[in-house]
Structure formats: C-alpha cells, structure tokens
Design a binder for this molecule. Structure first.
Ligand code: NAD
Length: 486
C-alpha cells in the first residue's frame, strides 16, 4: 500500500494552499482511523479562488482558445487520470470505503467524462438565422464564466469529473468545493490540470465545510453558474443563494428509484440488477434501485432471490477487494451506517419484514449488512425516504396501473426501471414514469453519453450527454443591419 502524505492542501490560483479554517481529519471508514489531514477553506479562501477564476476568464486564455485545442487539453486530463489509475483508486477506497475494484471503475468513469466532453468541445456551434437580404444574423454560445461545483462524498471523483470536464470543454473557469468526508482524491484533478498545461485559475479546488465554504461559494457574487450534487435541503439552500445573485444552477439531488418487475420478467437475470442496483457502493448511490415493485405472482420468488443475493456478499475492507466479485465495502461513515440501520428498525416498526441483514457488522469500521425488507407498503417511510445505504425494499402490485402509481408515489423522480419481455408494455410504462431516465431490462443502462437528472425533488437540469453542455454556456444573438448594396 502506498504511503499517504499526512497533510493535503487546497489548490487555487495555480498553487497549493493551506486553509484559513484550519484542518480536518480524513477518516478511513473501514478502520475508523485517521488517514491524513486536509486543509479547510474559509470564506477568504473561497474569495481568492473565485478571484483567480475570474481573472482567467477576463484574460480570455481559456475562453478564447480554439475549442479543438481546449478539448484536447480536457482529453489529456482524462489520460492523466488513467495513467495514475491504481494510485487514485487505492486512495479513493481508503477515504470512501468502496471495494478497490469499484474504485477502479470510478477512476475509469472519471477519465471517460474527460474523453467524452473533450471530444464535444468543438461541436458547440452556433447557427445563422435568416432575416432577409437586409440583415446578417447569427446565434452563438459563450461560456458563462466562473462555474462553481459542489460535490458529494459518494462518488467524489466521478461527480467532479462530470461537471469539471464539461465546464472546461466549454471554456469556463472552475471552483470546486470538494466533499469534506472524501476530499483527497480530488487533488488529482489539480495535478492533471497542471500536467496538461491548463492556464492558472482554470481549476481551483477547495475542501471546506458546507455551511462555511460551500455557502460562501454558492453566494459569491463572482460566480456565474452553480452545479450542485447532494441532498435536497442543501439543494434548496443553494438554489436560494443562486436566485439572490440571479445565476443559473443545476441540482442533482437524491432519489427513491423503483424497478417494476412484471410477471414475465427473467428473475434469474434480475439478480445481477439487484447486485448492482442496491449493493454497489453499499447503496450510497443517488440512482440506487432502492425499491423493487414486483408482480404479486412472483413476490415470493423475488424475496428468495434478493435474500440470496444479499447473503452471497462478503462485507469487508475495500482495500482487500481488488478483484471484481461479490464484495461490499464500508459505508462512508459510522453516522451514515447508523442512520440506515435506524431506518430499517423504523420500517420494521411500521410492519415491514426483515429477511436479510439490517444490522451493523460485528467488526470495527462503518460496515452494514446487505439488507432486504419485504412486505413494504407504498405509504411506509422506508418506501418514500432515501436511505442511502444497502437496503432494498420489496413491494408488490396487482396490475400495471397500480405498479406505475406506486413507482410515482414519492417526491423524487431520478430514475426508474421496467423489467418485462413485453416491449409495448415497457414503452407505455416508460412514458408514464415520473423520472429523468428509465432503464428497461437493465438497471444503469446508459452511459456518459446519456442525459441524467431528476424530475420533482430529484432536482433540475441535466448532466451527462450533450444536454449538459448547455448548462455551461449562454446564448448570444448578433444581428447586423447591412448597408445598401453599392
Ligand atoms: P449534502 O447535501 O450534505 O452535501 C453535498 C455537498 O454540499 C458537500 O460538499 C457539502 O459540504 C455541501 N454543503 C452542505 N451544506 C451546504 C450549504 N449550506 N451550502 C453549500 N454547500 C453545502 O449531501 P451528501 O450527504 O454529501 O450526499 C448525499 C446526497 O447526495 C444524497 O441525498 C444523494 O442522493 C445525493 N446525490 C445525488 C447525486 C445525483 O447525481 N443526483 C449524486 C450523488 C449524491
């Protein structure tokens, strides 16, 4: 295992910097031990980082670069991450808890965002609008300026990569507020920006508390756009701050996503969807398959299969799981684990039946048993509120109408799934499900190329795909009155 340096700094204005708010201990959730300390930014640091980004934007070094060349730099950042894949993945597992094989997938996913958006840089084209012989008119897209990005702890690399790559590709200078529980892997974005030769001020990274550095960044008058990924209450605070400064924001919030499983579905194949859908990253995934709504004729079989999947997983320190396999790591913190355990107990109190897991593991570290609840009713708290842990709720339905209304019965609307061999039925359901993305016959079908984002309290705006590019640009129309022909 690589040596981890004892103190990590923030990075802004092209230099590594201490934090005005002191330091925070970064804990390895698999052991409860301190891994290292990280600098904590205060308001003044936020101000300095935003000023550095503004200076770059005004100077035009990134904004005015030929998009093809800017795109090449963005792609180079992805290559840099890939070249350091093993080191980054190990650090991610140590600070976040996920199995090493999952961390490798996350590093690859982060690199893919830079490849994809680097490729898209030159495709953000304008168009000429015909106004008759007396005018020449065109519409073009300009970067917004300073993009502020506030990142959660569950996928610190991929979430930063997702917004940073698209913002840079479109010519914005970025200030990223990294998550205070998992800040260290983000340092690799600063190293990548330096290594590929991005201009000073293009990438600024600050770790700080949400209520201090996060709030200061989202309310900063020098910020022109905000991307936030995290919880609903924080999203509301950030949208309020954005409204005060009249700047746009993108909110990627939580979910309580459901898979509808019809009587003709292939339940053996569905075991794989269960595995990825609710136990990947110990269920700490915004688009987790936290509810399965199964036809009553297959409910018993579904419960037996879900129980078997849960019991087949070995829960252990992520660093001991380098190879892809049936393993689950620690949750990010004891507090997150205890919250999830408490929600399971409350669900039992409301009448749900626990058939697997439900408890902390009998070892040090933030480990929780893979958990399955059956007999869950749509009105129960566990069917409405996000657990953000390895906890599956199984509900059952009688007809298609009931299944759709159950799936749509939460305030959220991030993703949904339909499992059936009948494509007409799946298509009809997909149209009626209140969710930003619908998976048919494979949970997490799609990729960096497909737009992603929420309906309802899951947020607004779209990340991923070409749709995300429009978050980072503003539209300008230029209309010229031509003089009379001589
Ligand atoms: P959180 O809202 O507590 O924190 C997210 C980020 O916001 C952190 O960096 C935090 O420091 C910062 N923050 C906190 N208070 C702030 C404030 N007042 N002003 C500005 N910034 C502030 O969420 P979390 O617990 O870190 O993450 C879990 C949540 O994120 C879950 O609800 C999950 O569903 C959601 N999430 C959504 C997506 C998505 O793409 N939709 C992805 C990952 C996580």
């Amino acid at each position: 295992m690589a040596d981890i340096k004892p103190f990590w700094q923030n990075y802004f204005d092209g230099a590594w910097q201490d934090g005005g708010a002191g330091r925070i201990d970064v804990i390895n959730p698999a052991t409860g031990e301190v891994l290292a300390q990280h600098a904590l930014a205060d308001r003044a640091d936020v101000d300095r980082a935003v000023s550095a980004a503004q200076r770059l934007h005004r100077a035009g070094d990134l904004r005015d670069m030929r998009p093809l060349e800017r795109g090449r730099l963005v792609q180079d950042m992805g290559r840099y991450l890939s070249a350091h894949r093993a080191d980054i993945a190990e650090l991610l597992t140590l600070e976040q808890g996920k199995p090493l094989w999952e961390s490798l997938i996350e590093v690859d996913g982060a690199a893919l965002y830079f490849e994809y958006y680097g490729n898209q840089a030159a495709t953000v084209e304008g168009r000429s609008v015909p106004l008759g012989a007396g005018y020449y008119d065109w519409t073009e897209h300009e970067p917004l300026g300073v993009s502020a990005q506030i990142i959660p702890w569950n996928y610190p690399l991929e979430m930063t990569a997702r917004s940073l790559s698209a913002a840079l590709a479109t010519g914005n200078a970025c200030v990223v507020k990294t998550p205070e529980l998992t800040p260290m892997t983000n340092a690799w974005f600063a190293k990548a920006a330096e290594a590929v030769g991005l201009p000073r001020g293009a990438v600024n990274l600050l770790c700080g508390y949400g209520a201090e550095a996060g709030a200061a960044l989202s309310a900063h008058p020098g910020v022109n756009q905000i991307v936030f990924t995290g919880s609903v209450p924080t999203g509301v605070a950030i949208a309020t701050a954005a409204a005060q400064n009249v700047v746009p924001c993108v909110l990627e919030l939580g979910g309580k996503s459901a898979a509808i499983v019809h009587e003709d579905a292939d339940l053996e194949a569905f075991e794989n969807d269960l595995r990825w859908g609710i136990f990947f990253n110990a269920g700490q995934v915004c688009s987790a398959m936290s509810r399965v709504i199964v036809h009553q004729s297959r409910a018993e079989e579904m419960a037996a299969r879900a129980e078997a999947v849960a019991r087949s997983l070995t829960v252990q320190a992520g660093i001991d799981s380098p190879e892809f396999g049936p393993t689950m790591g620690a949750m990010v913190s004891d507090a997150q684990r205890d919250r999830a355990v408490g929600m399971v107990a409350a669900a039992q109190g409301e009448g749900a039946r626990l058939i697997a897991g439900g408890h902390p593991c009998n070892s040090a570290g933030a480990f929780m048993e893979p958990t399955v609840l059956t007999g869950v009713g749509a009105e129960m708290t566990i069917a409405k509120e996000e657990v953000f842990g390895p906890v599956l709720s199984i509900l059952s339905f009688g007809d298609d109408e009931e299944a759709i209304s159950m799936a749509n019965s939460t305030d959220y609307g991030l993703v949904a799934g339909v499992f059936t061999r009948d494509l007409d039925r799946a298509t009809r359901a997909a149209r009626r499900l209140r969710a930003g993305q619908v998976f048919v016959n494979e949970w997490y079908a799609g990729g960096v190329e497909t737009p992603f984002g929420g309906y309802g309290k899951s947020g607004y705006g779209r990340e991923k795909g070409r749709e995300a590019l429009w978050n980072y640009v503003q539209t300008k129309n230029i209309a010229i009155k031509l003089g009379a022909a001589s």
